[in-house]
Each structure stands twice: as C-alpha cells, then as structure tokens.
Design a protein around this ligand. Structure first.
Ligand code: SF4
Length: 341
C-alpha cells in the first residue's frame, strides 16, 4: 500500500509528526539518510533546561509511533516528481515511493568548526566542540585533555559559526547559549575543582527556566561569564591553549591559558535539504533555511500544495519548539488530506 504521507527525515520533527499522523490513522513512511533514526537528539546526552536524558524524549516519541510508522534508513533522494494529486520520491538506491503529501523534516547540520581556523579546531587536540562534549557525557566518561589528564581550566566559546559576518551567518542559533550553560554546569558536576569560563557576546536565555539555569551556573557552580569574543587560540608547548579575547565590558584585552576549549557550534542548513529545495522549487531565506508560505499564518506550509515543513529546516529551534511545530505540521497535513479532492 502506498503511504499517504512521506516524511523526509527521522529526527525529532519527523518522528513526532509521524506519530501524530499515525494516531489520526494515516499511513506514514519516513525516509532517513542516516543508518539510525533520532537525529541530533540521539547524539545528545542530557537536554536543557531540566537536564533530562535525550533518550527519554526519544523513547516517548517512539512509544506514540508504536510500530505504526515505517522508517527506511540509509536513503538518499535524487529526485521528486510532483503529479496532480501526489508526489513520487526517487532514491539513489533505485527505489521510488509515492505519497499524497510530503513533509520536509530534514533538520539542520552543526557548523563545521574547522571553518573558524583561528580557533584551532582540527589543529589542536584540546579544542573540541559542544557536540563532542555530549558524546563524552553520553558514553558516561569523564571530560579529559588529549593527554588523558583532568582539565583544570576550561573555556566555552559562544557564537561559533553564528552571528558571524566572516562566515556568512548573521543569525543567532538560539540554543547554544543555554547549551553552553548546561555543559558548564555538567563540567562542574563532574570536575568540581575545574575552573570554567564562558566567553559570550550576549546571553540569550529567552525561554522558560533558561535564566534560572544561568543563575544556577553562576551562584551554585561558580562558572565565570566573560563578555568577549575569542580572537585567536594557539597551543603552548605543553599542549595547553593560549586564548586571546577582549573583555567587551571593560574594553581590556584578555589573555588566558586553559586546558580545554569548547566551541559552541551553531546550526547551519543541511546541504541535502538544499537539493530538495531545488527539486521542488521552494524558496530559502538569506540564511539558507527554507521559507514557509507565510511566517505568521502558514508556518508549516510551502508555496507548493501538498509540501509541508517541520522543525529546524526553517531555522534554529529548541527541541520543545520543534516538537510543537511538528505536531502543528501533522494537523495541517491531516486537514489537507481530508479536504483534498
Ligand atoms: S544562542 Fe547564544 S551562543 Fe548561540 S548564536 Fe545566539 S547568542 Fe550566540
């Protein structure tokens, strides 16, 4: 039986929308490029602001799907044909799938930190990303330096790949401030003797309980927040790192030696989604994320009837916002299928 809805992407948005559509009795197929479903959340240890395990949220969403949704992993799409009443998705594997509605939920990619060459990622072993910190925590390991020692001083760097004209990304990635605060607390939980510094441009703690987490980091854990942007990172002979910033509150340049630098990488559009945009004739904003047909009234619709959007394909979003958005997309698809001639 052909699916009624084809969802591209088995991250949190695709899985949530699939569960909501299955609950309404629709036959749903998810096509996923990776070998495993779950997207970025599957790689994340604990989620902000409550520090609940990411696996708990995924398990909850899987339970709603309850075996009613078919997921095909390892699929690369190389064409989409729009007919009058449906869509046919062609894959590189030579298979094709036809559905009456298409939901693009192919998410985002994390900024490739190598692009900020002056920060030394990929050059110095003790410069790592926030995603790598999550992998260490998820494996239940301790955060160590490249020599296998416990770090005494750690610096977290905000806005890596976001709000940065030099790399062409002017937008804010929304979640890296709070991720940095969460990780700073987690480092202190694990290594109470470690000094943790956070270098930020602005602290964007806009959502519920974010500000409280920021206070907790300062008052309970002694995390030191310094308003300043990293200009350069270099390695000392003992593999510690020399970082140069300017404290933009006092206007004074700052030089500091730390054992580990953690780059809080932002969101960028997923390149594979760019191909879908071309295939379907959709539009993107200057930031490269897909534009909905109306940002206020039709945020889950595109200019192509029957093609819907959910989650971070439209730009950076928290997990809670992504889940709510995916449910909204499912409702839009449900009513569209019911009114379809
Ligand atoms: S959320 Fe914070 S760290 Fe991330 S881009 Fe925005 S201001 Fe920078």
């Amino acid at each position: 039986m052909d699916p009624q809805v084809i969802i591209i992407g088995a991250g949190i948005a695709g899985l949530t929308a699939a569960g909501a559509l299955a609950e309404k009795g629709h036959h749903v197929l998810i096509l996923e490029k990776e070998a495993q479903p779950g997207g970025h959340v599957a790689q994340w240890d604990r989620l902000f602001p409550s520090r609940r395990p990411g696996s708990e949220v995924l398990d909850h969403i899987r339970k709603i799907m309850d075996g009613r949704v078919e997921i095909k992993p390892g699929i690369r799409i190389n064409g989409i044909i729009a007919h009058d009443q449906d869509f046919t998705v062609l894959t590189e594997e030579g298979t094709s799938y036809t559905g009456q509605a298409l939901l693009i939920a192919s998410g985002f990619r994390l900024f490739q930190a190598e692009r900020k060459e002056e920060y030394g990622y990929g050059i110095y072993d003790n410069v790592i990303t926030s995603a790598e910190v999550e992998t260490v925590f998820k494996q239940g390991k301790k955060l160590l330096t490249s020599k296998g020692t416990l770090p005494q001083r750690v610096a977290l760097i905000h806005c890596v790949g976001s709000r940065d004209e030099k790399v062409g990304n002017l937008y804010c990635s929304k979640v890296c401030c709070v991720t940095g605060v969460k990780q700073a607390i987690e480092i202190k939980e694990q290594l109470p003797q470690c000094e943790v510094f956070s270098f930020y441009m602005d602290m964007r703690m806009y959502d519920r309980h974010f500000e409280e987490l920021y206070f907790e980091a300062q008052k309970q854990w002694g995390v030191q927040f310094i308003r300043g942007r990293l200009s350069e990172c270099s390695e000392a002979p003992d593999q510690s790192l020399i970082i140069k910033t300017e404290d933009t509150l006092t206007g004074r340049p700052l030089r500091m030696i730390v054992d580990l630098v953690i780059l809080l990488v932002g969101f960028v559009p997923e390149p594979e989604t760019g191909k879908l945009v071309e295939m379907l004739g959709l539009s993107t904003g200057e930031d490269g994320f897909i534009l909905p047909s109306d940002e206020h009234y039709n945020d889950n619709l595109t200019t192509v009837p029957g093609v819907f959007l959910a989650g971070a394909v439209k730009g950076p979003a928290t997990i809670s916002n992504t889940i709510a958005d995916a449910r909204a997309a499912a409702l839009q698809i449900d009513s569209w299928l019911k009114t379809k001639p």
